[in-house]
Each structure stands twice: as C-alpha cells, then as structure tokens.
Design a protein around this ligand. Sequence first.
Ligand code: FPP
Length: 250
Amino acid sequence: MSDVRDPRRTASGDVTPRHVAIIMDGNGRWAREHKQPRTRGHYMGVESVRTVTRACARRGVGQLTLYAFSEENWKRPRREVRVLMRLLRRFLISERGEIMQNGIRLTAIGRLDRLPADVRKALDESRDMSAQNTGMVLCLALSYGGRQEIVDAVRAVCGRVRAGELEPEDITEEVITAHLYQPKMPPPDLLIRTAGEMRISNFLLWQMSYTELVVTPVCWPGFREDELDDALRAYASRVRTFGGLVPQSS
Ligand code: FPP
C-alpha cells in the first residue's frame, strides 16, 4: 500500500507525474555538433517527439505538453519557420495511426489562428479524429506564449465583466484559470528543459507556479527513453510541499 506521508508521493500515492511539460531546446546545437544543417536538427527532433510521446504514454503519464513553436519563434528566418511548419504538418498527418493505436488525445494551445492554413487543417483533423480517445493527452504548444495566454484570458474575463456577467470582485484564480487556452489541464508536475538552459522562456507561466524543474545538458534530438527515465527518476526523488511543510513521520 502506498504511504501518503512519503513526501515524494502525491495524495494518491503515485510518483509518476500526471503532467509532464517539455521545452525542447538545442536542435540547432545538436546539428552544429554533428556538422549537419540546422534543419537536420529539427528533423531529428521530430524523432525524439515520437519516441518520448510513446514512452510517456506507456509509463502512465496523463498529459504531455510540448513547446513546439513559441510566439517568439515567428522572429526566426522565414525559411526556418517554413521548415518547422512543414515538419509539424507532416508529423500531424503521419502520426495519426500511432495516436489512435495508443488512444492518445491530441490537443493544442496557443494563438492557433496564426498558423498556416494547411497546418491548421491537419491539426484540426487530428484533434477531431482523436477527440474521443481516453489515453494520454498530447498537447502541442503552437504559436504559444505564457504572457500572451494570460493577456487573452484577461481580455475574455473583461468581456464578461463588460457584459454584466461578472463583478470585478468575483475574479479569482479559478476564474482566470477557466479562461486559459485549456482550462481543464492539470498544472504540470514536471518541466523538462533540454540543452542546459536554466530558463522558463514564456512557457505555461500561470500553470507552473509549483512545477518541479529538471534541466538536462542533452540536446533535444539526443533526448530519448533513457534520458526521459532519468528525468522521471529525478522527479520521483523530489519533496513536494506546495509551500507547506515536509510531513514528519510519527
Ligand atoms: C529548439 O531548438 C526547438 C524548436 C524551436 C522547436 C522544436 C521543434 C521540433 C522538435 C520539431 C517539430 C515539432 C513537432 C511537435 C513535430 P533550437 O532551434 O532553438 O536550438 P538551438 O537553440 O540549439 O539553436
């Protein structure tokens, strides 16, 4: 039987994170280290997406959120943006069989209206096709920014105040959460960042107030099952108190 006093464990006695979020960084550095063009790094990064998605589903992770394209990434050279969008569209189409076989539900967060029409179409079709699946949620953050998400939520809340549906004093954390891109998303338990950078980079700012961070020096194209298991082990060894005290055994 699980011991709920063990501070590594959640109240349900589980050490597998319910929600894993990943900042997939270092595709360019991986390519440079391997004397390959940057695009090869992104291509190999897609292989890591495939492997890690499958591995997370098998390990009982409830949601995997991948920072696939940030609002700030639009500032990259047009050619690189085009390559990333092409890879994304291809992934959305080629992974449909795998997604359905594993009962994965595909979702997305971000300013999705900024995506090219063909990517948006592939995304909508994959989302619709997998909408009834009950396994792991695979959430792609696309044209996503944490500050932008909070701005969009505040705008929506202000609209409700203006319509007379809400008084300013009724605005609580729950009300803000209810107006985020994916209101029902559990907060991430674990954030993994690859390529050694110690930053959150505008990812899930509202949701990550008590998320455990694991930073690995490995670049994303080299991040596969062994590296995932290292991160999950690091998470399992953490003491999570959410601002409270470490429970003492009597
Ligand atoms: C960071 O590497 C990675 C990205 C900007 C995007 C991640 C995209 C993929 C893994 C491919 C497409 C995604 C999916 C879901 C199919 P970087 O270019 O910033 O690396 P660097 O900092 O070393 O230059």
